[in-house]
Ligand binder design. Sequence first.
Ligand code: ADP
Length: 366
Amino acid sequence: MSEGLSEIILGLEGVGHSYDGQTEVVSSFSLGVGAGEIVCLLGPSGCGKSTVLRLAAGLEPLQKGRIKLRGETIAEGESRISEPPERRNVGLVFQDFALFPHLTVARNVAFGLSGLADDQRSQRVQEALSQVGMGAYLGAYPHALSGGQQQRVALARALAPRPSVMLLDEPFSGLDARLREQIRDDTLRVLKRSGAATLLVTHDPEEAMFMADRIYLMQAGRLIQSGPPAEVYARPNSEFAAKFFSNINELEGIVQDGAVATPLGPIPASGWTAGSRVKVLFRPECLDCVPANGNLNGAAGRAILPATVTEVRFIGVARLLRVLATPAGGPALDLQVRTGGAFAPEVGAKVGLSLDPAQAFVFGPG
Ligand code: ADP
């Protein structure tokens, strides 16, 4: 879902923040989250993701810019208007779950449900817990639950007041890898069913790609790129964006006649002036690896670069190879290949490499 297609529920406009009054840790940051949409704020640790989320929640006073809920300004830096967190109709989930240890699961979930009659409140608690598969744990205390179960209760507690906005800060980081996948999957479904506009903070690109309708990639307090996961992955707008999502291979070359000549064939570089020194980046899975048979013309007439496998790592769904190529007249190339096919070369095997030029990215020397 993109902006314009659905009503923007949460809007941030030109938001900036400094903790010490000198250095801005978030600068001129804007985003919009539509109803039923999941937006992931992604970036390296310390880039300002949690600060954006805390500003949206009202946990930090807004210094610059504006925050809107359904088009209405709820916080404004200049005029120092700020609705307190409890008036913002947001549900919050944090990495450490933040459940009250002395309250049962039911009372934890009931905590944010003021203003309802007792029977209505009990019904809402039961509903919220059933939604996350924890309907049988009403009387349990948090310490008796696994990490995954605590996370589910935290999600139920945040959803019980039926907020129009859900804000989640690294909600899966405290869980071990196997459980994390399951809980992510379940959480995605529950959030989508709730219809809330969701902003989720994560430093993990795979998590962002799995969860998000749109990703906002941040670096040093600024927005670098936003868009649907497949688009940000396939068309990164910068070297930083390209490198954030996966390991990457890197070649250098000079632009001539709208292309860069590389040992893997010419890579289109329209928009670059002749003579520019550029970097060509491509992901390990974009390199085709075939048995070497001496044929130097691969599919679609592409150049095939002979190489030797120097390392093989098996990771279940794929093999990660390192290969060494020694093109005539150029430096040796140490490249990474990710291959999921039946071809499983051993260390020392001679292979041929080819690259679809459309899957390579050209950037300046940086
Ligand atoms: P992220 O969520 O991307 O890891 P944060 O928003 O937590 O980033 O932090 C952004 C920057 O602000 C970091 O340099 C961090 O050290 C700093 N910071 C975060 N919280 C505080 C705080 N309460 N006081 C001072 N500096 C802070």
